[in-house]
Write a protein that binds this ligand. Sequence first.
Ligand SMILES: [Zn+2]
Ligand SMILES: [Zn+2]
Ligand SMILES: [Zn+2]
Length: 255
Amino acid sequence: MKIKFLGTGTSHGVPLVNCGCHTCTSTDPKNTRYRSSVWVHDNGVDIIIDTPAEFRLRTLEYKIPKIDAILMTHAHADHIAGLDDIRIYNEIQSGPVPLYLDEKTREEILSRYSYIFKETQEGGGKPKLLLEGIEHGNVFSIKGIRIEPLKVRHGGLEITGFLINNKFAYITDCSFMPDETLAAIKGVKVLVLNALRHKPHPTHFNLDEAIAAAKRSGAITSYFTHIAHALEHNITEKELPLGIKMAYDGLEIEI
Ligand SMILES: [Zn+2]
Ligand SMILES: [Zn+2]
Ligand SMILES: [Zn+2]
């Protein structure tokens, strides 16, 4: 299984507009972060988790050949703003792209992307999506790839993480990990988890909370994503315990 990070930034992206801080003015490409998303490639199957605003730029840069399915964690703008750009894959694949989402996310997508689901003039075309409902803990499969949706708390919201083929877990925008999710990912080979900044935040793990959750999970290797400019890549990585790393845009890992 190959994982490629399409973006590792928090909702503003990094650099922040007009910010003169050390991270935002860094020339190290690891400090440039698009909004968070990953491409999972396993056994010829291509799965994208979340479609942020920069999604199209990454499909060009990394030459993503096709999309067998999109998994959506939740409907905040930084995770869905690029959804319209799947239109080209409808053309390439001559058909709809399946979009897997929990009930709350489905309601949000139906309302915020209402034009997709209405009879309107086609013009430049509209995304063709096959909405597939999912529930936490109910395992399903995409062309032989096992997917387990995980319950994740994001402030007062309940959102979704994913465990793929029992060896890769992707959890972003988490502020609290329920016991059943910790149990499901126990000892997973690779965990991707959000770590925002040093200061506490009401709806996201800060660095200490993310480290504690990564340790509790027993994951062999954890990578942090959804990172704000407060965390400079190299300085932060030096502070991390063994087995925990900072992800960065373009990072590719084999599991
Ligand atoms: Zn987010
Ligand atoms: Zn900054
Ligand atoms: Zn969010």
